[in-house]
Write a protein that binds this ligand. Structure first.
Ligand SMILES: Cc1ncc(COP(=O)(O)O)c(C=O)c1O
Length: 384
C-alpha cells in the first residue's frame, strides 16, 4: 500500500482540473496579449478564472491578481507595501512560513523596517494582548503579517479579530491564507483584511499557480517589471492553463466544502484516536479542535533510541508524511515552528496532513506500521 499524508506540502491534481487545463496545453495556445482570435480566447479564459475566484471569496474581479503561488504573493505584498505605504514596522510571528519570515528579515537587513515578533502561547497561538499592544504602538506605520493557518501545526488565527484590530489603528494587514483558501469559506466583504494569498497546489490545482488579493482601496507596485499583464501588477506572459486549473480547483473545493470538511476532519480524528490507542504517550503539537486545520495533525511521539528514524521508517513503508524536528544542531536545521514550542528535543514529530483522497484503510495501515515501529524500538532499547 502507498499512503500520501503530506497534503499540506502539496496535493494531487484533480482529474477534473486536468481536463479543463488540457485545451490550453494543446490547441488554445494564443498569447493573451495578442489581439487576434487565439489571444482573445485565452484572455477570456483568464478573465473567467478571475471572476470565479472573486465570486467564491466575495471580492471584486479587480482585486485578484494571478501569481506563481504563495511565495510570490507574500513577497509582492511585503516588499511593495513597505515602499508604497512607507511602512516602518512589520508585526509578525516567528512561526510564519519562510515566504514571510525571510522577506521580513531582508527588509530589516536593508534598514527599511523594524520587525516585531508577537508573543505566542505554549501551543503556538498569537497572544492577542501582545498583538494589541504592538498594533496600538505602531499604528499607521505598521504592516501586520500573520498567517490564517499554520502549515506545520495547523493553528488557526482569528483573522476577523486581527483585521478589525488593524482597522481600528490604521495598520495594514496581510494574511497568508495559503492553507485556508478553498478549505474554509472566506468572505472578503466581512473580513477587512487588506491582502491575502492563495496557491493552487494546496487544493488539488496545479503547482506554480496562485493569486494575491489586493483590496481596491490599496495599491501595490509590481515586483516584476516588463509587459502590462495583470493590469501592470505582474509582467510576463500568463500561465493560462495554470490559471484555468487554479480556478477550477478552487471552484470544486468550495462547491463541496462542507462535505470535504467533515470527511477530512473525521479522518484526522480517527488517526489521532487510533494512534493514541496504539501509542499512549503521544501528544499533539499545536491546537486540536475547531481552532486547528482539519487537514493537519502534528503528533509528537515518545523518544526512544530509534526515534530519529521514524520518518524514514514511514517512508520505507511507503507512507509519505513530513518530519517536524525541533532539533537545532548540526546540518539538520529542524522546524523553525516547533522550535518556538516547548517540545522536548528528543521526541519525534510527524505532521500528517490529509485530503479527500485519503481513506480509513490507509490510516489503519499507518497505525499498524507505527505500532510495529514502537514495538521493535521498545524491544531494542530493552536489549541495549
Ligand atoms: C502557509 C504557506 N504559505 C506559503 C506557502 C508557499 O506557497 P508556494 O509553494 O505556492 O510558493 C506554503 C507552501 O508550503 C504554505 O504552506
Amino acid at each position: 500500500m502507498k499512503v500520501y499524508l503530506d497534503n499540506a506540502a502539496t496535493t494531487a491534481l484533480d482529474p477534473s482540473v486536468l481536463e479543463v487545463m488540457m485545451p490550453y496545453l494543446t490547441e488554445q495556445y494564443g498569447n493573451p496579449s495578442s489581439i487576434h482570435g487565439y489571444g482573445r480566447e485565452t484572455k477570456a479564459a483568464i478573465e473567467k478564472a478571475r471572476k470565479t475566484i472573486a465570486k467564491y471569496l466575495n471580492a471584486s474581479v479587480g482585486e485578484i491578481f494571478f501569481t506563481s503561488g504563495g511565495t510570490e504573493s507574500a513577497n509582492l505584498v511585503l516588499k511593495c507595501a513597505v515602499d508604497k505605504y512607507a511602512v516602518k514596522h512589520i508585526i509578525t510571528s516567528k512561526i510564519e512560513h519562510h515566504c514571510v519570515t525571510h522577506p521580513v528579515e531582508e527588509l530589516e537587513k536593508a534598514g527599511k523596517i523594524q520587525a516585531h515578533y508577537v508573543k505566542l502561547d505554549e501551543r503556538g497561538n498569537v497572544i492577542m494582548e501582545d498583538l494589541e499592544r504592538l498594533v496600538a504602538q505602531y499604528g499607521a506605520e505598521a504592516l501586520v503579517a500573520l498567517m490564517h493557518a499554520n502549515n506545520e501545526i495547523g493553528n488557526l488565527l482569528d483573522i476577523d479579530a486581527v483585521a478589525n484590530l488593524c482597522k481600528e489603528h490604521g495598520a495594514l494587514f496581510f494574511s497568508d491564507t495559503v492553507q485556508t483558501v478553498a478549505h474554509y469559506p472566506i468572505d472578503l466583504q466581512k473580513t477587512p483584511v487588506h491582502f491575502i494569498s492563495g496557491a493552487g497546489h494546496k487544493f488539488h490545482g496545479p503547482k506554480g499557480t496562485g493569486f494575491v488579493f489586493i483590496r481596491s482601496d490599496k495599491q501595490l507596485c509590481p515586483l516584476l517589471h516588463g509587459g502590462s499583464q495583470e493590469r501592470n501588477m505582474r509582467a510576463g506572459t500568463e500561465n493560462i492553463y495554470g490559471i484555468v486549473g487554479l480556478a477550477k480547483a478552487l471552484q470544486t473545493s468550495y462547491d463541496h466544502v462542507e462535505e470535504y470538511h467533515s470527511y477530512i476532519k473525521s479522518l484526522k480524528e480517527y488517526l489521532y484516536s487510533e494512534l493514541l490507542k496504539a501509542i499512549p504517550d503521544i501528544k499533539i503539537n499545536g491546537n486540536y479542535g475547531d481552532n486547528s486545520l482539519y487537514t493537519v495533525l502534528n503528533v509528537s511521539f515518545p523518544a526512544n533510541d530509534n526515534s530519529d528514524f521514524l520518518i524514514y521508517n514511514l517512508d520505507i513503508n511507503n507512507i509519505a508524511a513530513s518530519a517536524g524536528s525541533a532539533c537545532t544542531s548540526g546540518s539538520e536545521q529542524g522546524s523553525h515552528v516547533l522550535r518556538e514550542l516547548p517540545i522536548e528535543p528528543s521526541r519525534a514529530n510527524v505532521r500528517f496532513s490529509f485530503s479527500r483522497h485519503n481513506t480509513y484503510e490507509e490510516l489503519d495501515y499507518v497505525v499498524e506500521k507505527m505500532k510495529g515501529f514502537y514495538a521493535v524500538a521498545h524491544q531494542e532499547s530493552k536489549v541495549s
